[in-house]
Design a protein around this ligand. Structure first.
Ligand code: NDP
Ligand code: MG
Length: 383
């Protein structure tokens, strides 16, 4: 029996790497569904190559381009509900959830509800709706396996002991392109500067989130939900070489780390094949060639995002949705040249401060909070 895989966000950095991994894994694996936002040309090219039975394209304006480039007759879902329609129309075993941002939340939740294996890259789904997603997975029997390299590392390292013996997890961070920049220099940083990540090759939104360290803030919240940890059990350390992907510290002081090259094909493949391990297309680490691995404390004054991440993880409720939406909106304004780099954290902090939290939100409440936060960010630009 073949493993039937659906990729939501197939045209992005993770989606493209996932297709690479599936090509490497070979004929036991079959791509049965692909979905993208607006990149019709790339979606059609991927579909012509993998021949999924159905595809989804969210942006209706891209339909004509898609139809003229597709070389066979898959079922095609178009429009704002296309992702969920795709999920409901295809029989699949595993979904790679790799849409960027809150746009991926509903379809990810639907995959979880269906009790499937979820290779979860869309960390925003946990930041926004972790309080709904994880209980839903327990109820439906879905297996949620993180693709995020740090969380994949923790997931792997946790196999060394019992959950009740975990003292802490240490999330590693490259520190992004501004690790050594002063606050003053960061005030002047351009989108081009922020998009130049020193190690990882990723989509634009997560690359900017790495520069502000909002990405690490989200990963604190992601770890809180995935591994059912108290925020105090989640530590962040800088590790510019990006070889140690994260560590688990047990109560006896033993620390179990997972190491590998900075290549997302590693954690993507692990999420697909777990508990099996297969040879990987990712390159091998030569520790003697690297010679040194370094670790530092992050500077919370220069990177206030970390403080925000802990606050959001502690308070929960609708705050995750507000945090994520405010950040998405502020990153958009920064990329458009409307606000400065350091304004991203200022805007997010202001919107979080003004939010009246609902501690037991429904999905509807979370979506409303998301909308409210985007509106507040837009208002900030005129105040
Ligand atoms: P990209 O920007 O490269 O790709 C995003 C994907 O989502 C594309 O396929 C895009 O389609 C699709 N998309 C965008 N907007 C919508 C929408 N409104 N509806 C449906 N689909 C949409 O992002 P990445 O691959 O870098 O990141 C994907 C997710 O994985 C993010 O949550 C990120 O945080 C996480 N992640 C990424 C890592 C990486 O190395 N890249 C590492 C760890 C986590 P289109 O091309 O048509 O716009
Ligand atoms: Mg990560």
């Amino acid at each position: 029996m073949k493993n039937r895989v659906m990729i939501l966000g197939s045209t992005g950095s993770i989606g493209t790497s996932a297709l690479d991994v599936l090509a490497h894994l070979g004929s036991d694996w079959e791509v049965v569904g692909l979905a993208a936002g607006s990149n019709a040309k790339k979606l059609a090219e991927q579909a012509n190559r993998c021949r999924p039975e159905a595809v989804a394209l969210v942006e209706p304006g891209s339909e004509t381009t898609f139809r003229s480039a597709i070389g066979y007759a898959p079922r095609v879902h178009i429009g704002p509900d296309a992702l969920s329609q795709l999920v409901d129309s295809v029989d699949f075993d595993c979904a790679v959830c790799a849409v960027v941002g809150a746009a991926g939340v509903k379809a990810t939740l639907r995959c979880v509800e269906l009790g499937k294996r979820i290779a979860l890259a869309n960390k925003e789904a946990l930041v926004v709706a972790g309080s709904i997603l994880m209980p839903l997975a327990r109820k439906s029997g879905a297996t949620v396996i993180p693709v995020d390299s740090e969380h994949s590392a923790i997931f792997q390292a946790l196999h060394a002991g019992r959950k009740e013996d975990v003292a802490k997890v240490h999330l590693t961070s490259s520190g992004g392109p501004f690790r050594t920049w002063s606050s003053e220099a960061m005030e002047e940083a351009t989108a081009e500067d922020a998009l130049r990540h020193p190690v990882w090759d990723m989509g634009p939104k997560i690359t900017i989130d790495s520069a502000t360290m909002m990405n690490k803030a989200m990963e604190i919240v992601e770890a809180r939900w995935l591994f059912d940890l108290h925020p105090e059990q989640i530590d962040v350390i800088l590790h510019p070489e990006c070889i140690v992907h994260s560590l688990v510290e047990f109560r006896d002081g033993s620390m179990i780390a997972q190491l590998g090259s900075p290549d997302m094909r590693g954690p993507i493949q692990y999420a697909l094949t777990y508990p099996q391990r297969k040879t990987s297309p990712a390159s091998r680490v030569d520790l003697c060639a690297i010679r040194q691995l370094s670790f530092q404390r992050p500077d919370v004054e220069r990177f206030p995002a970390l403080r925000i991440g802990y606050d959001v993880a502690r308070q929960g409720g609708t705050l995750g949705a507000v945090f994520n939406a405010a950040n998405e909106a502020a990153v958009g304004l920064f990329r458009d040249g409307v606000i400065g780099f350091r304004d991203i954290a200022r805007y997010v902090e202001r919107v979080i401060r003004d939010h009246v939290r609902n501690d037991a939100p429904t999905l509807e409440d979370l979506l409303t909070a998301d909308k409210w936060a985007r509106h507040e960010v837009a208002k900030c630009t005129v105040c």
